[in-house]
Design a protein around this ligand. Structure first.
Ligand code: FAD
Length: 302
């Protein structure tokens, strides 16, 4: 399991495969978990979710960008997504990754790009979630959030439960709308819990903290045990349903997504789309090698 995870994380970071994949179109089963390669296809996917009472957080795929032109292109694409949400009256908001907007190129360049995005979204009353990436990008991402929060209130972020410092961070960002996750990247022992049980325990602790704190909480997991725990916890502590939502990734546990929405819980699907699908798809395989079933089904069901 450890080896398989490391292998897919290694593949997710392979630059040649990443750039090759942009030319291939959606392949290897990625079409089951990526909602198209362009805005038109993505809008249709979000409309279909909205018809089931499910909202969407839209991710224009791309990360670890090292060229200014590429970061500017990503910014234009995200601005176009914001306009598409507004024009199509979608029940949706944006998820983005600071490294796609130039965090590895130049801090101020990245802040300027993000400011433009947050400002347009603010105009249309659209929320922007800053996804959290690997540890090296944690502090500068929080710094950008602090900087933009001086002028805008439509920003939230992610707390990753595998980090020892997640408790400190959730307290620091207690006034924000937060998505709480277990954590998707490979992090060393001196920074992050490695043991699944310890991650799960900390995950529950953080969710309970933010739910009791009263700010909006997005519980982003496919783990039904966590979901059942949260349902019981919210009931016991009379936490209103409009104070939290469950989130899952597009294409995963579709039955459970629909079931939770039907039960009257707020449900939001993370909708990735775009040409830059390869790294995202490999990380999903790293998390859960059973996802390889998706690949086999697509390859053999032609
Ligand atoms: P796991 O710990 O992987 O699985 C727990 C159990 O759940 C499994 O044993 C199984 O019983 C069940 N299960 C899990 N998946 C399935 C499935 N597909 N089908 C059936 N049963 C299943 N990570 C970040 O680092 N930064 C982010 O910004 C970020 N954003 C995210 C946004 C969303 C909406 C989601 C859902 C995840 C996000 N992640 C992010 C990834 C997250 O950190 C985890 O790596 C990922 O969600 C896997 O953990 P899990 O909690 O879903 O369950």
């Amino acid at each position: 399991m450890g080896l398989t995870r490391d292998f897919f994380i290694y593949l997710s970071q392979n630059k040649a495969l990443n750039s090759g994949a942009k030319r291939w179109g959606l392949k290897m089963g990625a079409q089951s978990v990526v909602a198209g390669t362009n805005i038109k296809e993505m809008v249709e996917s979000v409309k279909a979710l909205n018809a089931h009472g499910i909202s969407a957080t839209i991710d224009n795929l791309g990360e670890f960008v090292f060229q200014k032109e590429e970061a500017l292109e990503a910014k234009e694409q995200i601005l176009a997504v914001i306009k598409a949400i507004h024009e199509n009256n979608l029940d949706a908001h944006i998820s983005l990754k600071p490294t796609q907007l130039g965090l590895d190129i130049e801090y101020t360049f990245c802040v300027d790009n993000l400011r433009e995005i947050v400002a347009l979204a603010h105009e249309y009353n659209i929320f922007i979630n800053f996804d959290m990436e690997d540890y090296g990008h944690l502090k500068p991402s929080f710094d950008i959030i602090d900087e933009l929060s001086v002028d805008y209130d439509n920003i939230g972020t992610v707390i990753q439960a595998y980090f020892y410092e997640s408790e400190e961070n959730i307290k620091r960002y207690k006034d924000y709308r937060l998505r709480i996750v277990k954590g998707a990247y490979k992090e060393p022992e001196n920074l992050a819990y490695q043991d699944k049980r310890e991650i799960d325990q900390n995950y529950i602790r953080l969710i309970e903290y933010h739910l009791l704190n009263g700010k909006f909480t997005s519980i982003a997991t496919h783990d039904h045990q966590v979901i059942n725990h949260v349902k019981a916890f919210a009931k016991k502590h009379q936490i209103p349903k409009d104070k939290y939502e469950f989130q899952m990734l597009y294409g995963f546990r579709k039955d459970l997504q629909l079931e939770l929405a039907k039960e009257g819980f707020n449900f939001c699907t993370y909708v990735p789309f775009g040409k830059d699908w390869y790294g995202y798809f490999m990380r999903r395989l790293a998390e859960r090698p059973q996802n390889l079933n998706l690949v086999f089904k697509q390859v053999f069901n032609k």
